[in-house]
Ligand binder design. Structure first.
Ligand code: DX5
Ligand code: ZN
Length: 228
């Protein structure tokens, strides 16, 4: 599939959501952060807003559910037509059953890991997923600093996926910018969430094009991680 850019609308102006989404029409996905004020200490939006967005925009929606009990709440997002639904493994009671349910509803199934959650225990269930999301900040807020301690985990996850010869996208989310996207791409990530780096830019489309170019070049060419 190659490099994909998924701008996070968390950094957009919620009063003008549909217009904000139009400002990033070259994006591959729209990353929608759902927060419940329990799994993370912040509250954003939920299913009714996502349903309206599905009507209002053409870009596929990549829903990142930072909520408790995704087993109960996530399938409704898939049922509503969200093209990619990602739940947190730390909150899921039965992640394999949930991933299968999401796929049965026609969505891509994604599973997210917080920065301190290791990927190795989940190696055997990777084939149940369409995407693995490795958080590169503690989830909850946009505009945080990229945690480069996650880079070895990105590399390890990419190796696990490659070793199993499965088609699982590897997404990174948090602090991804022109300064940090290359090291993620070089480590093997292929789907990049960027909030402040896109919506905080004067020209969001140009920011997307720049991120895409940097990631594409870095994916094909090892870079010096000392530069970070
Ligand atoms: C954080 C969210 C991210 C956030 C990214 O919990 O999951 O999607 O919006 O924002 P930036 O790119 O500004 O770190
Ligand atoms: Zn997110």
């Amino acid at each position: 599939m190659g490099i994909q850019i998924s701008p996070s609308i968390l950094s957009s102006d919620f009063a003008y959501l549909a217009q904000e989404c139009e400002r990033v029409s070259s994006a591959d996905w729209l990353h929608v952060d759902v927060m419940d004020n329990h799994f993370v200490p912040n509250l954003t939006l939920g299913l009714p807003v996502v349903e309206s967005l599905l009507q209002a925009v053409h870009t596929p929606i990549d829903c990142h559910l930072m909520i408790e009990d995704p087993d109960r709440w996530a399938p409704a997002y898939a049922e509503a037509g969200v093209q990619s639904v990602t739940f947190h493994v730390e909150a899921a009671h039965a992640p394999i059953r949930l991933a299968r349910e999401l796929r049965n509803q026609g969505a891509r199934a994604g599973m997210a890991l917080k920065p301190a959650t290791p990927v190795t225990p989940y190696a055997d269930m990777l084939a149940e997923l369409d995407m693995l999301l490795l958080m590169t900040v503690e989830p909850g807020f946009g505009g945080q600093k990229f945690l480069d301690l996650v880079v070895p985990k990105i590399r390890h996850a990419a190796e696990l996926i490659k070793g199993r010869d499965i088609d699982v996208w590897l997404q990174v989310d948090g602090g991804v910018s022109a300064e940090t996207i290359e090291v993620c791409a070089e480590a093997g990530a292929d789907v990049f969430v960027a909030g402040s780096a896109v919506f905080g830019a004067e020209d969001p489309e140009r920011a997307i094009a720049n991120l895409r170019a940097l990631a594409t070049a870095a994916a094909n060419e090892p870079i010096d991680t000392e530069r970070l």
